[in-house]
Design a protein around this ligand. Structure first.
Ligand code: SF4
Ligand code: SF4
Length: 505
Protein backbone atom coordinates (compact mmCIF):
# COMPACT_ATOMS: atom_id res chain seq x y z
CA UNK A 1 0.00 0.00 0.00
CA UNK A 2 1.27 3.45 -0.82
CA UNK A 3 0.05 6.42 1.13
CA UNK A 4 0.80 9.75 -0.45
CA UNK A 5 -0.63 11.79 2.39
CA UNK A 6 1.09 14.77 3.90
CA UNK A 7 4.28 14.30 5.85
CA UNK A 8 3.70 13.06 9.33
CA UNK A 9 -0.04 12.66 8.82
CA UNK A 10 -2.05 9.50 9.34
CA UNK A 11 -1.77 6.96 12.05
CA UNK A 12 1.81 5.98 11.33
CA UNK A 13 4.54 7.72 13.20
CA UNK A 14 7.50 8.86 11.13
CA UNK A 15 9.76 5.83 11.07
CA UNK A 16 12.81 7.96 11.40
CA UNK A 17 11.41 9.69 14.47
CA UNK A 18 10.50 6.32 15.88
CA UNK A 19 13.80 4.91 14.82
CA UNK A 20 15.74 7.75 16.30
CA UNK A 21 13.94 7.56 19.62
CA UNK A 22 14.29 3.82 19.81
CA UNK A 23 17.88 3.93 18.67
CA UNK A 24 18.77 6.70 21.08
CA UNK A 25 17.38 4.64 23.91
CA UNK A 26 19.54 1.71 22.80
CA UNK A 27 22.75 3.52 21.94
CA UNK A 28 24.66 5.03 24.82
CA UNK A 29 25.24 8.76 24.43
CA UNK A 30 29.01 8.35 24.25
CA UNK A 31 28.56 6.15 21.19
CA UNK A 32 26.49 8.79 19.44
CA UNK A 33 29.51 11.04 19.33
CA UNK A 34 30.44 13.40 16.54
CA UNK A 35 32.72 12.36 13.72
CA UNK A 36 35.77 14.05 15.22
CA UNK A 37 35.10 12.43 18.56
CA UNK A 38 35.00 8.99 16.99
CA UNK A 39 38.32 9.56 15.34
CA UNK A 40 37.65 11.12 11.95
CA UNK A 41 40.62 13.31 11.31
CA UNK A 42 40.86 16.72 9.71
CA UNK A 43 43.80 16.39 7.32
CA UNK A 44 46.48 19.04 7.05
CA UNK A 45 45.52 21.75 4.62
CA UNK A 46 41.86 20.84 4.57
CA UNK A 47 39.84 23.93 3.62
CA UNK A 48 38.02 25.44 6.58
CA UNK A 49 34.60 24.87 5.12
CA UNK A 50 34.96 21.10 4.71
CA UNK A 51 32.97 19.45 7.44
CA UNK A 52 32.84 22.74 9.33
CA UNK A 53 29.07 22.67 9.36
CA UNK A 54 27.91 19.13 9.89
CA UNK A 55 24.61 18.63 8.16
CA UNK A 56 25.19 21.24 5.48
CA UNK A 57 25.35 18.78 2.60
CA UNK A 58 22.73 16.64 4.27
CA UNK A 59 20.24 19.45 4.15
CA UNK A 60 21.24 20.48 0.66
CA UNK A 61 20.82 16.96 -0.69
CA UNK A 62 17.41 16.77 0.83
CA UNK A 63 16.42 19.61 -1.44
CA UNK A 64 18.05 18.36 -4.63
CA UNK A 65 15.40 16.84 -6.83
CA UNK A 66 13.69 15.22 -3.89
CA UNK A 67 11.24 17.36 -2.00
CA UNK A 68 9.76 15.28 0.79
CA UNK A 69 6.24 14.45 -0.33
CA UNK A 70 4.98 12.61 2.72
CA UNK A 71 5.18 9.24 1.01
CA UNK A 72 4.83 6.22 3.29
CA UNK A 73 4.90 2.74 1.84
CA UNK A 74 3.45 -0.10 3.92
CA UNK A 75 4.80 -2.64 4.46
CA UNK A 76 8.28 -1.22 3.96
CA UNK A 77 9.51 -4.43 2.37
CA UNK A 78 7.78 -7.04 0.25
CA UNK A 79 8.55 -10.77 0.39
CA UNK A 80 11.06 -10.78 -2.44
CA UNK A 81 14.40 -10.81 -0.63
CA UNK A 82 13.87 -8.19 2.07
CA UNK A 83 17.04 -7.43 4.07
CA UNK A 84 17.62 -10.71 5.92
CA UNK A 85 16.86 -10.78 9.63
CA UNK A 86 19.84 -13.07 10.38
CA UNK A 87 22.20 -10.60 8.72
CA UNK A 88 20.59 -7.70 10.60
CA UNK A 89 21.01 -9.62 13.85
CA UNK A 90 24.76 -9.93 13.24
CA UNK A 91 25.11 -6.23 14.09
CA UNK A 92 25.86 -5.87 17.79
CA UNK A 93 25.73 -2.05 17.67
CA UNK A 94 29.36 -1.72 18.75
CA UNK A 95 30.04 1.36 16.58
CA UNK A 96 33.46 0.29 15.31
CA UNK A 97 32.28 1.12 11.80
CA UNK A 98 31.40 4.74 12.58
CA UNK A 99 34.78 6.44 12.01
CA UNK A 100 35.14 4.96 8.53
CA UNK A 101 31.60 5.67 7.33
CA UNK A 102 31.84 8.77 5.11
CA UNK A 103 28.34 10.03 5.81
CA UNK A 104 28.79 9.63 9.55
CA UNK A 105 32.14 11.39 9.28
CA UNK A 106 30.44 14.28 7.48
CA UNK A 107 27.36 14.66 9.63
CA UNK A 108 27.74 12.68 12.84
CA UNK A 109 24.13 11.49 12.39
CA UNK A 110 23.31 8.05 13.79
CA UNK A 111 20.85 7.31 10.99
CA UNK A 112 23.56 8.10 8.44
CA UNK A 113 25.86 5.47 9.91
CA UNK A 114 25.96 1.75 9.06
CA UNK A 115 24.50 0.94 12.46
CA UNK A 116 21.66 3.42 11.98
CA UNK A 117 20.87 2.17 8.50
CA UNK A 118 20.80 -1.42 9.72
CA UNK A 119 18.44 -0.27 12.45
CA UNK A 120 16.16 1.31 9.83
CA UNK A 121 16.12 -2.00 7.98
CA UNK A 122 15.14 -3.73 11.18
CA UNK A 123 12.22 -1.42 11.94
CA UNK A 124 11.13 -1.70 8.32
CA UNK A 125 10.91 -5.44 8.81
CA UNK A 126 9.00 -4.91 12.05
CA UNK A 127 6.21 -2.92 10.39
CA UNK A 128 7.35 0.70 10.13
CA UNK A 129 6.56 2.14 6.69
CA UNK A 130 9.22 3.17 4.22
CA UNK A 131 9.00 6.94 4.03
CA UNK A 132 10.93 9.78 2.42
CA UNK A 133 13.33 10.23 5.28
CA UNK A 134 14.11 6.54 5.61
CA UNK A 135 14.82 6.37 1.88
CA UNK A 136 17.03 9.44 2.13
CA UNK A 137 19.22 7.72 4.71
CA UNK A 138 19.52 4.69 2.43
CA UNK A 139 20.17 6.84 -0.64
CA UNK A 140 22.87 8.78 1.15
CA UNK A 141 24.83 5.59 1.77
CA UNK A 142 27.67 5.49 -0.76
CA UNK A 143 27.80 1.70 -0.81
CA UNK A 144 31.53 2.09 -0.19
CA UNK A 145 31.73 -0.95 2.13
CA UNK A 146 34.17 0.75 4.50
CA UNK A 147 31.87 -0.52 7.24
CA UNK A 148 32.41 -4.11 6.07
CA UNK A 149 36.18 -3.69 6.45
CA UNK A 150 35.80 -2.11 9.88
CA UNK A 151 33.19 -4.47 11.34
CA UNK A 152 34.62 -7.01 13.80
CA UNK A 153 31.35 -9.00 13.76
CA UNK A 154 31.44 -9.75 10.04
CA UNK A 155 28.19 -7.95 9.25
CA UNK A 156 27.45 -8.41 5.57
CA UNK A 157 26.31 -4.87 5.00
CA UNK A 158 26.76 -5.25 1.22
CA UNK A 159 24.01 -7.84 1.03
CA UNK A 160 21.79 -5.82 3.36
CA UNK A 161 22.00 -2.54 1.45
CA UNK A 162 21.72 -4.33 -1.90
CA UNK A 163 18.46 -6.00 -0.79
CA UNK A 164 17.19 -2.72 0.68
CA UNK A 165 17.97 -0.73 -2.46
CA UNK A 166 16.07 -3.27 -4.56
CA UNK A 167 13.07 -2.80 -2.29
CA UNK A 168 13.35 0.98 -2.56
CA UNK A 169 13.61 0.90 -6.35
CA UNK A 170 10.62 -1.45 -6.60
CA UNK A 171 8.35 0.14 -4.06
CA UNK A 172 9.17 3.75 -3.33
CA UNK A 173 7.63 6.32 -5.70
CA UNK A 174 10.47 8.74 -6.36
CA UNK A 175 9.64 12.28 -7.43
CA UNK A 176 9.19 12.89 -11.14
CA UNK A 177 12.39 14.91 -11.30
CA UNK A 178 14.38 12.19 -9.53
CA UNK A 179 12.93 9.52 -11.81
CA UNK A 180 13.73 11.54 -14.91
CA UNK A 181 17.35 12.04 -13.86
CA UNK A 182 17.84 8.38 -12.99
CA UNK A 183 16.22 7.36 -16.28
CA UNK A 184 18.70 9.56 -18.14
CA UNK A 185 21.63 7.96 -16.31
CA UNK A 186 20.45 4.38 -16.73
CA UNK A 187 19.39 4.76 -20.35
CA UNK A 188 22.80 6.14 -21.19
CA UNK A 189 25.70 4.95 -19.06
CA UNK A 190 25.37 1.16 -19.42
CA UNK A 191 25.22 1.39 -23.22
CA UNK A 192 28.57 1.96 -24.94
CA UNK A 193 26.97 2.56 -28.36
CA UNK A 194 24.84 5.36 -26.97
CA UNK A 195 27.83 6.80 -25.12
CA UNK A 196 29.89 6.67 -28.30
CA UNK A 197 27.28 8.78 -30.10
CA UNK A 198 27.87 11.43 -27.46
CA UNK A 199 31.63 11.56 -27.97
CA UNK A 200 31.48 13.84 -31.05
CA UNK A 201 29.26 16.53 -29.52
CA UNK A 202 31.16 16.34 -26.22
CA UNK A 203 34.54 16.73 -27.92
CA UNK A 204 33.19 19.70 -29.83
CA UNK A 205 31.91 21.20 -26.59
CA UNK A 206 35.29 20.70 -24.89
CA UNK A 207 37.35 22.02 -27.80
CA UNK A 208 35.17 25.07 -28.34
CA UNK A 209 35.77 26.04 -24.70
CA UNK A 210 32.09 26.89 -24.38
CA UNK A 211 32.06 25.11 -21.04
CA UNK A 212 35.02 27.07 -19.67
CA UNK A 213 33.45 30.35 -20.68
CA UNK A 214 30.03 29.33 -19.34
CA UNK A 215 31.65 28.31 -16.05
CA UNK A 216 33.53 31.59 -15.79
CA UNK A 217 30.31 33.47 -16.41
CA UNK A 218 28.63 31.42 -13.66
CA UNK A 219 26.07 30.01 -16.11
CA UNK A 220 26.69 26.39 -15.12
CA UNK A 221 25.93 27.23 -11.50
CA UNK A 222 22.40 28.03 -12.61
CA UNK A 223 21.82 24.49 -13.85
CA UNK A 224 20.19 21.96 -11.51
CA UNK A 225 22.96 20.63 -9.24
CA UNK A 226 22.88 17.16 -10.71
CA UNK A 227 23.26 18.40 -14.28
CA UNK A 228 26.07 20.74 -13.33
CA UNK A 229 27.78 17.81 -11.53
CA UNK A 230 27.49 15.81 -14.75
CA UNK A 231 29.15 18.61 -16.70
CA UNK A 232 31.97 19.04 -14.20
CA UNK A 233 32.67 15.31 -14.10
CA UNK A 234 32.89 14.93 -17.87
CA UNK A 235 36.16 13.26 -18.87
CA UNK A 236 38.63 14.91 -21.26
CA UNK A 237 38.11 13.02 -24.48
CA UNK A 238 41.15 11.84 -26.40
CA UNK A 239 41.20 9.64 -29.46
CA UNK A 240 39.50 6.24 -29.50
CA UNK A 241 41.93 3.35 -29.15
CA UNK A 242 40.00 0.11 -29.62
CA UNK A 243 41.39 -3.09 -28.10
CA UNK A 244 41.77 -5.93 -30.63
CA UNK A 245 39.45 -8.87 -30.14
CA UNK A 246 42.48 -11.09 -29.53
CA UNK A 247 45.89 -9.90 -28.34
CA UNK A 248 48.43 -12.72 -28.43
CA UNK A 249 50.71 -13.34 -25.45
CA UNK A 250 54.28 -12.08 -25.75
CA UNK A 251 56.33 -15.25 -25.44
CA UNK A 252 54.91 -18.51 -24.09
CA UNK A 253 51.19 -18.29 -23.21
CA UNK A 254 50.56 -18.62 -19.49
CA UNK A 255 46.79 -17.93 -19.48
CA UNK A 256 43.98 -17.16 -21.88
CA UNK A 257 42.04 -14.36 -20.25
CA UNK A 258 38.86 -12.55 -21.14
CA UNK A 259 38.91 -8.79 -20.71
CA UNK A 260 35.93 -6.70 -19.72
CA UNK A 261 36.19 -3.49 -21.70
CA UNK A 262 33.39 -1.79 -19.76
CA UNK A 263 31.02 0.96 -20.88
CA UNK A 264 32.48 4.21 -19.60
CA UNK A 265 36.01 2.77 -19.66
CA UNK A 266 35.67 1.70 -23.32
CA UNK A 267 34.26 4.99 -24.56
CA UNK A 268 35.87 7.59 -22.33
CA UNK A 269 39.11 5.87 -21.20
CA UNK A 270 40.10 3.69 -24.19
CA UNK A 271 43.79 4.26 -23.41
CA UNK A 272 43.33 2.41 -20.09
CA UNK A 273 41.96 -0.66 -21.86
CA UNK A 274 44.76 -0.54 -24.44
CA UNK A 275 47.36 -0.38 -21.62
CA UNK A 276 45.63 -3.24 -19.78
CA UNK A 277 45.79 -5.52 -22.83
CA UNK A 278 49.47 -4.67 -23.44
CA UNK A 279 50.49 -5.36 -19.83
CA UNK A 280 48.61 -8.65 -19.73
CA UNK A 281 50.14 -9.73 -23.03
CA UNK A 282 53.62 -8.73 -21.82
CA UNK A 283 53.15 -10.93 -18.77
CA UNK A 284 52.19 -13.93 -20.89
CA UNK A 285 48.40 -13.70 -21.28
CA UNK A 286 46.48 -14.15 -24.45
CA UNK A 287 43.83 -11.47 -24.10
CA UNK A 288 40.35 -11.97 -25.53
CA UNK A 289 38.11 -8.89 -25.58
CA UNK A 290 34.85 -10.14 -27.13
CA UNK A 291 33.44 -7.48 -29.46
CA UNK A 292 29.84 -8.21 -28.51
CA UNK A 293 30.25 -7.67 -24.77
CA UNK A 294 27.98 -5.18 -23.05
CA UNK A 295 27.66 -3.68 -19.59
CA UNK A 296 28.52 -5.88 -16.59
CA UNK A 297 25.53 -4.45 -14.70
CA UNK A 298 27.53 -2.86 -11.87
CA UNK A 299 25.76 0.51 -11.94
CA UNK A 300 22.35 -1.17 -12.02
CA UNK A 301 23.23 -3.64 -9.27
CA UNK A 302 24.59 -0.97 -6.95
CA UNK A 303 21.50 1.18 -7.55
CA UNK A 304 19.03 -1.61 -6.72
CA UNK A 305 17.84 -2.18 -10.30
CA UNK A 306 17.75 -5.93 -9.87
CA UNK A 307 16.12 -7.15 -13.11
CA UNK A 308 18.32 -4.89 -15.23
CA UNK A 309 21.48 -6.05 -13.40
CA UNK A 310 20.45 -9.68 -13.82
CA UNK A 311 19.93 -9.24 -17.56
CA UNK A 312 23.38 -7.66 -17.95
CA UNK A 313 24.92 -10.43 -15.82
CA UNK A 314 23.38 -13.23 -17.89
CA UNK A 315 24.63 -11.65 -21.11
CA UNK A 316 28.16 -11.22 -19.70
CA UNK A 317 28.26 -14.83 -18.53
CA UNK A 318 27.21 -16.06 -21.97
CA UNK A 319 29.74 -13.85 -23.75
CA UNK A 320 32.73 -14.97 -21.69
CA UNK A 321 31.65 -18.61 -21.58
CA UNK A 322 31.61 -18.56 -25.39
CA UNK A 323 35.11 -17.05 -25.41
CA UNK A 324 36.50 -20.12 -23.64
CA UNK A 325 38.81 -18.22 -21.28
CA UNK A 326 40.55 -19.32 -18.07
CA UNK A 327 39.79 -16.11 -16.25
CA UNK A 328 38.03 -12.79 -16.74
CA UNK A 329 40.10 -9.70 -16.01
CA UNK A 330 38.57 -6.41 -14.98
CA UNK A 331 40.31 -3.03 -14.71
CA UNK A 332 37.45 -1.08 -13.08
CA UNK A 333 36.94 -1.75 -9.39
CA UNK A 334 33.16 -1.30 -9.38
CA UNK A 335 32.72 -3.71 -12.31
CA UNK A 336 34.97 -6.36 -10.76
CA UNK A 337 33.12 -6.15 -7.48
CA UNK A 338 29.74 -6.59 -9.21
CA UNK A 339 30.94 -9.52 -11.32
CA UNK A 340 32.18 -11.29 -8.21
CA UNK A 341 28.59 -11.02 -6.92
CA UNK A 342 26.89 -12.68 -9.91
CA UNK A 343 26.48 -15.91 -7.94
CA UNK A 344 24.38 -14.06 -5.37
CA UNK A 345 22.54 -11.94 -7.94
CA UNK A 346 21.39 -14.97 -9.96
CA UNK A 347 20.87 -17.35 -7.05
CA UNK A 348 17.15 -17.80 -7.85
CA UNK A 349 17.65 -18.55 -11.53
CA UNK A 350 17.96 -22.31 -12.06
CA UNK A 351 19.44 -21.84 -15.54
CA UNK A 352 22.17 -19.50 -14.35
CA UNK A 353 22.78 -19.97 -10.60
CA UNK A 354 25.65 -22.47 -10.95
CA UNK A 355 27.09 -20.81 -14.03
CA UNK A 356 27.03 -17.44 -12.27
CA UNK A 357 28.89 -18.80 -9.26
CA UNK A 358 31.51 -20.46 -11.49
CA UNK A 359 31.84 -17.24 -13.46
CA UNK A 360 32.31 -15.13 -10.32
CA UNK A 361 35.11 -17.47 -9.24
CA UNK A 362 36.90 -16.75 -12.53
CA UNK A 363 36.84 -12.96 -12.15
CA UNK A 364 40.09 -11.20 -11.25
CA UNK A 365 41.04 -7.60 -10.83
CA UNK A 366 43.99 -6.70 -13.08
CA UNK A 367 46.43 -6.28 -10.18
CA UNK A 368 45.14 -9.46 -8.56
CA UNK A 369 45.90 -11.50 -11.67
CA UNK A 370 49.27 -9.87 -12.34
CA UNK A 371 50.47 -10.60 -8.80
CA UNK A 372 49.05 -14.13 -8.97
CA UNK A 373 51.02 -14.73 -12.19
CA UNK A 374 54.17 -12.88 -11.19
CA UNK A 375 55.86 -10.58 -13.73
CA UNK A 376 57.23 -12.10 -16.92
CA UNK A 377 58.24 -8.86 -18.62
CA UNK A 378 61.03 -6.78 -17.06
CA UNK A 379 59.94 -3.55 -15.40
CA UNK A 380 61.92 -0.45 -16.38
CA UNK A 381 62.54 2.36 -13.90
CA UNK A 382 60.01 5.12 -13.35
CA UNK A 383 61.40 7.59 -10.81
CA UNK A 384 58.04 9.08 -9.84
CA UNK A 385 56.37 9.82 -6.50
CA UNK A 386 53.05 8.03 -6.73
CA UNK A 387 50.05 8.40 -4.40
CA UNK A 388 47.96 5.23 -4.54
CA UNK A 389 44.22 5.72 -4.01
CA UNK A 390 42.31 2.61 -2.92
CA UNK A 391 39.02 2.58 -4.82
CA UNK A 392 36.37 1.44 -2.32
CA UNK A 393 35.11 -1.32 -4.58
CA UNK A 394 38.63 -2.67 -4.80
CA UNK A 395 39.82 -2.30 -1.21
CA UNK A 396 36.65 -2.64 0.83
CA UNK A 397 34.39 -4.67 -1.45
CA UNK A 398 37.00 -7.04 -2.89
CA UNK A 399 39.63 -6.87 -0.13
CA UNK A 400 42.32 -6.09 -2.73
CA UNK A 401 44.83 -3.71 -1.18
CA UNK A 402 48.19 -5.48 -1.25
CA UNK A 403 48.19 -6.50 -4.93
CA UNK A 404 48.20 -3.05 -6.61
CA UNK A 405 50.88 -1.91 -4.15
CA UNK A 406 52.96 -5.02 -4.87
CA UNK A 407 52.59 -4.48 -8.62
CA UNK A 408 53.61 -0.81 -8.34
CA UNK A 409 56.51 -1.47 -5.96
CA UNK A 410 57.97 -3.90 -8.51
CA UNK A 411 58.75 -0.85 -10.68
CA UNK A 412 62.33 0.30 -9.95
CA UNK A 413 62.57 3.88 -8.71
CA UNK A 414 58.84 4.30 -8.06
CA UNK A 415 58.20 5.96 -4.69
CA UNK A 416 54.80 4.77 -3.42
CA UNK A 417 53.05 7.10 -0.99
CA UNK A 418 50.05 6.36 1.19
CA UNK A 419 47.10 8.75 1.40
CA UNK A 420 45.82 9.59 4.88
CA UNK A 421 42.26 8.45 5.61
CA UNK A 422 42.59 6.00 2.73
CA UNK A 423 39.62 4.05 4.06
CA UNK A 424 37.23 6.97 3.49
CA UNK A 425 35.53 7.19 0.09
CA UNK A 426 36.37 10.02 -2.33
CA UNK A 427 32.65 10.51 -3.00
CA UNK A 428 32.56 9.03 -6.50
CA UNK A 429 30.81 5.75 -5.65
CA UNK A 430 29.24 4.77 -8.97
CA UNK A 431 26.60 7.40 -9.72
CA UNK A 432 26.63 8.83 -6.17
CA UNK A 433 28.46 12.02 -7.21
CA UNK A 434 25.70 12.62 -9.77
CA UNK A 435 22.66 11.85 -7.63
CA UNK A 436 24.02 13.19 -4.32
CA UNK A 437 26.41 15.92 -5.50
CA UNK A 438 26.69 17.88 -2.26
CA UNK A 439 28.09 15.20 0.06
CA UNK A 440 30.15 13.87 -2.85
CA UNK A 441 31.72 17.31 -3.20
CA UNK A 442 32.59 17.48 0.49
CA UNK A 443 34.16 14.04 0.37
CA UNK A 444 36.04 14.92 -2.81
CA UNK A 445 37.46 18.04 -1.15
CA UNK A 446 38.54 16.02 1.85
CA UNK A 447 40.24 13.39 -0.32
CA UNK A 448 41.93 16.01 -2.53
CA UNK A 449 43.51 17.63 0.54
CA UNK A 450 44.84 14.28 1.68
CA UNK A 451 46.19 13.48 -1.79
CA UNK A 452 48.03 16.81 -2.02
CA UNK A 453 49.50 16.25 1.44
CA UNK A 454 51.42 13.22 0.12
CA UNK A 455 53.58 15.47 -2.11
CA UNK A 456 53.16 12.94 -4.94
CA UNK A 457 53.76 13.77 -8.63
CA UNK A 458 51.10 11.38 -9.83
CA UNK A 459 47.83 10.03 -8.47
CA UNK A 460 47.14 6.41 -9.38
CA UNK A 461 43.99 4.38 -8.89
CA UNK A 462 41.97 1.60 -10.49
CA UNK A 463 38.55 3.11 -11.09
CA UNK A 464 37.55 5.64 -13.75
CA UNK A 465 34.96 7.24 -11.47
CA UNK A 466 37.55 8.01 -8.79
CA UNK A 467 39.85 9.67 -11.35
CA UNK A 468 37.08 11.99 -12.52
CA UNK A 469 35.93 12.76 -9.00
CA UNK A 470 39.44 13.62 -7.81
CA UNK A 471 40.33 15.64 -10.90
CA UNK A 472 37.23 17.72 -10.27
CA UNK A 473 38.00 18.11 -6.56
CA UNK A 474 41.56 19.24 -7.32
CA UNK A 475 40.30 21.71 -9.93
CA UNK A 476 38.04 23.25 -7.30
CA UNK A 477 41.19 23.94 -5.27
CA UNK A 478 42.88 25.41 -8.32
CA UNK A 479 45.35 22.52 -8.42
CA UNK A 480 46.32 20.12 -11.14
CA UNK A 481 47.84 16.73 -10.45
CA UNK A 482 48.52 14.22 -13.23
CA UNK A 483 46.49 11.04 -12.82
CA UNK A 484 46.75 7.56 -14.25
CA UNK A 485 45.18 4.16 -14.00
CA UNK A 486 47.48 1.53 -12.53
CA UNK A 487 47.46 -0.26 -15.92
CA UNK A 488 48.96 2.82 -17.57
CA UNK A 489 51.79 3.02 -15.02
CA UNK A 490 52.65 -0.66 -15.41
CA UNK A 491 52.44 -0.34 -19.19
CA UNK A 492 54.78 2.68 -19.19
CA UNK A 493 57.27 0.72 -17.09
CA UNK A 494 57.09 -2.39 -19.28
CA UNK A 495 57.55 -0.29 -22.43
CA UNK A 496 60.44 1.66 -20.90
CA UNK A 497 58.58 4.95 -21.41
CA UNK A 498 59.83 8.20 -19.92
CA UNK A 499 58.13 9.51 -16.73
CA UNK A 500 56.91 12.45 -18.82
CA UNK A 501 54.50 10.15 -20.62
CA UNK A 502 52.57 9.95 -17.34
CA UNK A 503 53.36 13.33 -15.84
CA UNK A 504 52.74 15.61 -18.83
CA UNK A 505 49.01 15.17 -18.96
S1 SF4 B 1 28.61 1.49 2.75
FE1 SF4 B 1 29.90 3.28 3.23
S2 SF4 B 1 28.43 5.01 3.37
FE2 SF4 B 1 27.22 3.11 3.46
S3 SF4 B 1 26.97 2.69 5.66
FE3 SF4 B 1 28.81 1.54 4.97
S4 SF4 B 1 30.54 2.92 5.37
FE4 SF4 B 1 28.66 4.17 5.45
S1 SF4 C 1 27.98 -2.94 11.57
FE1 SF4 C 1 29.56 -4.07 12.68
S2 SF4 C 1 30.96 -2.46 13.43
FE2 SF4 C 1 29.05 -1.45 12.86
S3 SF4 C 1 27.86 -1.37 14.74
FE3 SF4 C 1 27.22 -3.24 13.68
S4 SF4 C 1 28.54 -4.86 14.52
FE4 SF4 C 1 29.48 -2.92 15.09
Amino acid sequence: MTDNGPAGSGSHPSPSDGAREAQESRVPAHERASATQVGARGPEGLPDEVGAEPGQADRATEGTGRPEAGVAVLPAFDDHHPPEQELIDDCVHCGFCLPTCPTYVLWGEEMDSPRGRIYLMEIGRQGEPMNDEMVRHFDQCLGCMACVTACPSGVQYGKLIEATRQQVERRYPRSRRDRAFRALVFRLFPYPRRLRLLRGPLRLYQRSRVGTLARRAGLLDRLPKRLSAMERLMPDLGRLEPVPEVTPADGPRRRRVGMLTGCIQRVFFPEVNAATARVLAADGCEVVAPAGQGCCGALSLHAGREAEAQAFARAAIETFEAAGVDQVVVNAAGCGSAMKEYGHLLRDDPAYADRAKAFSDQVRDLSELLVELGPAAPRHPLPIKVAWHDACHLGHAQGIRAQPRTALRAIPGLDLREIAESEICCGSAGIYNLVEPEPATELGDRKAANVLATGADLLVTSNPGCLLQLRNALERRGRHLPMAHVAEVLDASVRGAQPGSLLDR
